[in-house]
Design a protein. Structure first.
Length: 191
């Protein structure tokens, strides 16, 4: 008879295989683009950021008519935006964070993350900054110009880990190869 850890491993494997099949389903949108970066079909088995195709958890607002935005928003708490695919979620995050420079004069990793994930929203902002720097190789005082593509890609990759690396979802995210740099790059190209 199988023990609990063997059963749990089988369940995780089945979810991962199902996720792999869903991941490979292609969606064709009206503009002819074929997207393979849609994680919305995973239900509760994957983190909210990926369920919403919004790995950086861009906050929901009726004022933002984002490209690729899903309407009506069905996020349980109506707290985060939902997108048709993850590149659109990354696009929204890039635009939001790049606007911090022109709107607030925030151009460093530290300043951008302090605004993006403030303590008042129950974030441990100092830890968030440290982890992003650790995963990206960027320093807290790294200048993030609006066209510093490589730096923004590294930062988005690292922020995806921080935003979604909840122990409950960790194994599935690793098995699916998330965060996906190809989706991040596509999000940048949509700007």
């Amino acid at each position: 008879m199988a023990n609990k850890s063997q059963i749990a491993a089988l369940i995780v494997s089945a979810i991962a295989f199902t996720g792999y099949i869903l991941l490979r389903k292609r969606k064709t949108f009206g503009n002819g683009d074929t997207e393979i970066y849609d994680y919305s079909g995973y239900g509760e088995s994957i983190s909210r950021g990926y369920r919403n195709n919004n790995p950086l958890n861009v906050s929901y607002s009726t004022k933002n008519p984002w490209k690729g935005k899903v309407l009506p928003n069905t996020d349980k708490l109506n707290r985060f935006e939902q997108f048709v695919s993850t590149p659109y979620g990354y696009r929204a995050a890039f635009i939001t964070m790049r606007n911090y420079g022109t709107e607030y004069g925030f151009y460093t990793v530290k300043d951008i993350i302090t605004r993006y994930a403030p303590e008042k929203d129950n974030n441990n902002t100092a830890d968030y900054i440290n982890r992003v720097c650790q995963y990206s190789g960027l320093k807290p005082n790294t200048y993030m110009g609006p066209n510093d593509r490589d730096k923004w890609l590294k930062m988005a990759y690292a922020m995806s880990i921080v935003e979604n690396d909840v122990p409950l979802y960790h194994n599935l995210l690793q098995q699916l190869g998330l965060p996906n740099m190809e989706a991040i790059q596509k999000g940048w190209s949509l700007i």
